[in-house]
Write a new protein. Structure first.
Lengths: 428, 428
C-alpha cells in the first residue's frame, strides 16, 4: 500500500468514500465490544479456580509459625506470603508488607500518608505550596488520577523504547525541590509494553533529588507477566540498585497478584527499605489491625512457591498471546506501510500502545464507539487526560473473546484509516 | 465482707499481708494469660469454617446480576452483600458501601479523606487551625488512635448507663465549629457494654452542630452481638432518625463481620446518606477499582440471609456467654460489697468495663502483668491513654479458654484488692 501522505486529493477522497461504506456496514452490526481495560478474560480467571479448593473446613488455617490466619493481627502479612511475593518481586521477605486486594489502594494510601504526615519526618505535602510528580507518558491513567485527586501537579516526561527520558528526569528531579515523586511501570509498561533498560534503572538509582523526600513509585505490575517463553524482558532490581547507589530509601515498589489470580481478590504488596517500612508501619497500625490473612494463606497454598506461580503465568500467556498476535497481525495487515500509525509489540504485560497521526486519536476512538467498540478514552494515557499530540490510544486485547477482538481490531484499523485520510484531506 | 474503706489500719495491713502471700503463689505459677483484646476464641472461629466450603472450583462465582466476582470492578460492593449487611445494619442496600476486611480501615480512610479533601465541599480539615472530636469515655482505643494520629484534639465526654452525656455533647457541638466529629459505639459499647437509650439517639439525631461538616462516627460494631436470647438491647436506627430530624447527612455508620465470621477476613460496610455516598465514591474511585467481591459472595452464600446470620450469632453467644458469666461471678464473689470497684454486666458485645477506686487502675494492671496476666493497658479507654481518674480497666473475656479466664479473673480480683487496700493505707 502507498503511504497516505503521498496520495493525491482525489485518491484520498475515493478512499474515504469506500472506507466509509465499509464503516457503515460495521455500524449496522450493532456491535458491543470492549478493548478499553486491562482485564483478564474468563479463561484466565478459570486458571485460578483451584484456589477455591485449597482451604476447606477440613484444613488448618494456621501459618507455619502457628498464627491462626482467621483471627486479628499480623499487620505486615504472614511470613510465607512475604516469601512468595518476595520471590515474585525479587526482594527479601523482610522488605515486604502484604496488603489487601489492591496495589492501587496501596499507592493511593502511600500518597495520602505523604500528604497528611510527610515521609520519614519531612514536611507533610499538604503543608507545602506546591507538590509535583513526574509522569512518564504515555502512562497509566489510574496513577495520574491519584496525583490529580491530591492536587499534585503532574509533569509529563516522554517515554522512548528504553523507558523515560532520563536526561529530563535527572534535570527536573535535581533542580526542583517540589518534585516529590515519579510514577513508573518499569516492566511491560502500561501502555507501551516497554521494559526499562539497564541504563535507565541505573540512572534512576543514582538520581540526586533536590527533595530529600523524593520517592520513585515503582509499580511493577507486570513483573512476571510474560507473553513468550523465549522472549522475556529482564529489568535490574531497583531496591538493590538504589542501595548500592547510596539511595536506599528512594523507592517504593508495588506489586500484586491481581493479574495472576483474581483481580478482585488477589493480594497486594509493597517492597521498600527498612526505614521506609518503619515509617509506613507507624501509620498502618492506626489504619488497620491487619489485612486478609486467609486470602494470603490461600495464595500460598495454591502456588506452593514461585515456581508454581511461574508455571501458572505460562498458562495465562498461552491464553492471551494469541490475542496480542491477532491484534498485531490485523494492525500490520491493515495499517502497515500507510504511515498513519505505529504500535508496540510487547513481550509481556496487558497493552498495545498505538500512536496515530497527530490530532486523530480522539476522533478514532469516537468513531469506534459509535460503531459499538469501546476503546480507552484518547488522552487517558496522559496527565489530566490531555494528550497534546492527540495521538496515543491504548489497546487492551486480553478481555474480549478472540473473534470479538479481531472484529474490534478490524474496526479500529478502519476508523484509523478514515480519520487519518480525512485529516490529510483537511490539511490540503 | 466489710467495705475496705471502713477497715482499720491494722485490718488493712493484715489483709495486704495475707493477700500478698496469695499473690506470690500466683507468681510462682508462671502464668501466661491474655484478657487484653476483644478477639474471638478458636471455638468461635470454628463456627465459620463452613464458609471455606461454599465456594469451590465447581461453583459459579457470579452474582445474581451476572457480575463475575473474580474480575475487577463493582466499586461499592455486590448487591446481595449490600442486602445482607443492610439487613444486619437495619439500612437500605442503596445506602451501603461494602469494603474490604476492616471497618477500622474504613473509619481511618473517612477521617483521612476529610483531612485532605473535606466533607461535601467543606474546607479540608488539614487546612484548619484546629479540628476537634468528642470522645465518649471510657471508649475504644483504636478510635482514639486514629484521631490522635491526625492531630485532632480529643475532648472526653463522660458515658453513663444511657450513653454519652448528651447535655455536654449538645453544648459542645452547638457552640464550637472546630468540633467535627464524635466517636460512638452505640450498642454494647466498647468497653462499657452500654446501649444508647432512645432519648440519647433522638438527641444525637437532633443535634445542631456549629460545624456544617460535623459527622457522627457511629461504629455499630456489636449490632447483633447479643449474649442472651431473652435479654437483648435495641437501639433506635440513627440514619432514619437523622433523616426525620432534618439532619440526613450527619452520620457515618460503620459495621463489619469481623466478630461474626473471621476477624482477619470478614467484610466491612458503611451506611450513610446518598449525598455522603456520592462524596465518598468520588474519592473511592481514585483509591481502588473495587474490594474483594469473592469474599463478599462467600459471606452471602454462607449465611443465605439475615436469619442465617442471626442463628450463627446464637452459636457465638453460647460459646462466650459462659465466659462473661464466669468473670462476673468471680468479680461478685471476690469484690462484691468491698466498695473498691464496680463493673458492667452487658447483654452483648465483647467487654466488661471495670472501674476501680481512683488512682489504682495502672497498678492493678501492672501487678497482673507481673504475675503473667495481660490486661488492656490502664488508660487505653481514654484519649491519649490518659484516664484522669486512673480507674478504668477493660476486661476482654472472649479469647482465653474458660479455665485460663477464671484463673486470670481470680488473679485480677486479687490484685485489685491488694492495690486498693494499699491505696487506702497510703491515705491514712
Amino acid at each position: 500500500m502507498a503511504k497516505y501522505s503521498e496520495m493525491s486529493k482525489e485518491e484520498l477522497e475515493a478512499l474515504v468514500k469506500s472506507l466509509s461504506e465499509e464503516y457503515k456496514k460495521y455500524k449496522d452490526k450493532d456491535l458491543s465490544l470492549d478493548m478499553s481495560r486491562g482485564k483478564p478474560c474468563r479463561e484466565q480467571l478459570d486458571l485460578s479456580m483451584g484456589m477455591m479448593d485449597v482451604l476447606t473446613s477440613n484444613d488448618d488455617l494456621s501459618c507455619e509459625d502457628g498464627t491462626d490466619c482467621r483471627n486479628y493481627g499480623t499487620l505486615s502479612g504472614i511470613q510465607e506470603a512475604k516469601v512468595l511475593l518476595g520471590d515474585m518481586m525479587e526482594n527479601h521477605p523482610d522488605n515486604i508488607i502484604i496488603y489487601g486486594n489492591s496495589s492501587l489502594n496501596v499507592m493511593y494510601d502511600t500518597v495520602a500518608r505523604a500528604m497528611t504526615h510527610g515521609i520519614m519526618g519531612h514536611t507533610p505535602w499538604c503543608k507545602l505550596d506546591k507538590v509535583k510528580f513526574l509522569c512518564p507518558v504515555p502512562g497509566y491513567d489510574r496513577h495520574f488520577a491519584i496525583t490529580e485527586y491530591f492536587g499534585i501537579e503532574m509533569i509529563p516526561v516522554q517515554m522512548d523504547e528504553n523507558g523515560p527520558d532520563m536526561d529530563e528526569v535527572e534535570r527536573l528531579v535535581s533542580s526542583d525541590e517540589s518534585i516529590k515523586g515519579i510514577w513508573c511501570v518499569p516492566k511491560y509498561a502500561n501502555p507501551t509494553g516497554t521494559s526499562y533498560s539497564d541504563e535507565v534503572v541505573h540512572r534512576f538509582a543514582r538520581l540526586k533529588p533536590a527533595a530529600p523526600d523524593f520517592r520513585i513509585f515503582w509499580d511493577n505490575a507486570y513483573g512476571i507477566h510474560h507473553l513468550y517463553d523465549d522472549r522475556q524482558d529482564y529489568i535490574v532490581e531497583i531496591l538493590a540498585e538504589c542501595k548500592k547507589a547510596g539511595n536506599p530509601d528512594m523507592v517504593y515498589k508495588f506489586a500484586s497478584t491481581s493479574k495472576i489470580t483474581f483481580p478482585g481478590s488477589g493480594i497486594a504488596s509493597l517492597a521498600t527499605s527498612l526505614n521506609n517500612l518503619e515509617d509506613i508501619t507507624n501509620q498502618l497500625k492506626n489504619q488497620t489491625i491487619g489485612h486478609d490473612k486467609v486470602n494470603q494463606l490461600r495464595h500460598v497454598r495454591f502456588f506452593g512457591d514461585i515456581h508454581g506461580m511461574t508455571e501458572h503465568m505460562r498458562k495465562h500467556a498461552d491464553i492471551i498471546r494469541p490475542k496480542f498476535e491477532a491484534v498485531e497481525q490485523i494492525l500490520e495487515e491493515n495499517l502497515g506501510g500507510l504511515g498513519i500509525g505505529e504500535w508496540t509489540k510487547p513481550n509481556g504485560g496487558y497493552f498495545i500502545s498505538f500512536t496515530s497521526m497527530e490530532g486523530c486519536a480522539k476522533e478514532i476512538v469516537s468513531m469506534c464507539k459509535k460503531a459499538g467498540v469501546k476503546m480507552t478514552d484518547a488522552g487517558a494515557t496522559w496527565p489530566y487526560h490531555k494528550d497534546p499530540y492527540d495521538s496515543n490510544i491504548r489497546i487492551a486485547p486480553t478481555y474480549p473473546p478472540i473473534d470479538d477482538l479481531k472484529l474490534a481490531a478490524q474496526l479500529f484499523t478502519l476508523c484509523t484509516k478514515i480519520v487519518c485520510a480525512k485529516k490529510l484531506l483537511s490539511q490540503m
